[in-house]
Design a protein around this ligand. Structure first.
Ligand code: MG
Length: 181
């Protein structure tokens, strides 16, 4: 990875930080449920019509990109940050989920940003180089460089830094790397 000048390296999770993956899954396969029903990382435990991790993953692989929206402010913030900082997407994706992810990134004008899949690399997200990671996974709340993106399934963990929207990001970035604002 190239690091030059004063830029900060910012790794950004895809699912439910950049785009509404769980919301799209529920809309398509479990209508009647919203993300507010999902109160832990084991989403299938909170949806009567989803019976296992395997079922959820299979359905996730078949998500229609037309159902996937970017989270409010994600695109604008990412495009602004990339003017000054090194940005890349760091995602845990089964291979069959990459296609719709890339369709959404293409549609939204974000396909030029590098997409790193830590499942493909067989590495944990803390094995990558970055100054800060923005992620919603409660099981990595112990990562030192994490900004936890608030979602119904991570509200039970205590995070050192938590934001509930993209508009809050700039207010906390100063704590990390070379971000000055
Ligand atoms: Mg995520």
């Amino acid at each position: 990875m190239v690091r030059g000048g004063l830029e900060t390296v910012i790794a950004i999770d895809i699912d439910d930080v950049t785009m509404s993956s769980v919301g799209a899954w529920l809309k398509q396969f479990h209508p009647g449920y919203t993300i507010e029903y999902i109160r832990s990382w084991n989403a299938w435990d909170h949806v009567d019509t989803c019976h296992s991790y395997e079922q959820m993953m299979d359905e996730f692989g078949m998500i229609n990109p037309d159902n996937v929206e970017l989270l409010p402010g994600a695109k604008e913030t990412i495009l602004e940050l990339e003017k000054e900082h090194e940005i890349y997407f760091l995602t845990s994706k089964r291979k069959d989920m990459e296609a719709w992810t890339r369709v959404v990134l293409q549609r939204e004008g974000l396909a030029h940003i590098r997409l790193v899949n830590n499942m493909t690399d067989n590495k944990a997200k803390d094995e990558y180089l970055y100054d800060v990671l923005i992620d919603d996974n409660p099981s990595i709340v112990h990562y030192k460089k994490l900004i936890l993106f608030d979602r119904p399934w991570n509200r039970y963990v205590k995070a050192e830094t938590r934001i509930s929207s993209w508009s809050e990001l700039k207010g906390v970035l100063y704590k990390y790397g070379n971000c000055s604002s």
